[in-house]
Write a protein that binds this ligand. Sequence first.
Ligand SMILES: [Zn+2]
Length: 170
Amino acid sequence: MTSDCHELGEIKMSRFLIYPLAKQVLAGIKETMSDQFGNEPKLEQAHSRRSICRRCLRRFNPGERRLLFKYRPFEREGVFAEAGPIYIHESDCQPEVEILTRYPDDFRELPLLLRAYTEQDGQVDSKLIKDGDAETIIDTFFADPKVAYIHLRDGESGCYYGRIERAESG
Ligand SMILES: [Zn+2]
């Protein structure tokens, strides 16, 4: 009885967490109509399902309105702390949950890459996701104690999508 419960608990436990863009960032952009670099966000329309909204972590549908602005997904300035263009829905979209505990199946056909960083934002390794199997690369990166977090990025443009951290057990 006890061991059954234990096994169930282990199956449900996530090995990693995926963080979308924090809603405070979004609120700041919409309030000031300026990104952290002083650019006015551009309003555009999605033409395909090729890209992902950084806030709700869902793929854009053609015709959906989105805001384009510049974002640096690092807390500190540094040699690897690149900033780049990102898109969010113009509407107040919400992620299904504030922290995702599994890799979305909807992302598996997109060309994406994973890039591992140290606690000091040093770049450790970067790998293209093959056949949608993100989990194998995430597990391999997190097996290295030097790796503190991973970025999910576009496999062609390198643009930032989200941040992945280890799920701390117990
Ligand atoms: Zn969205």
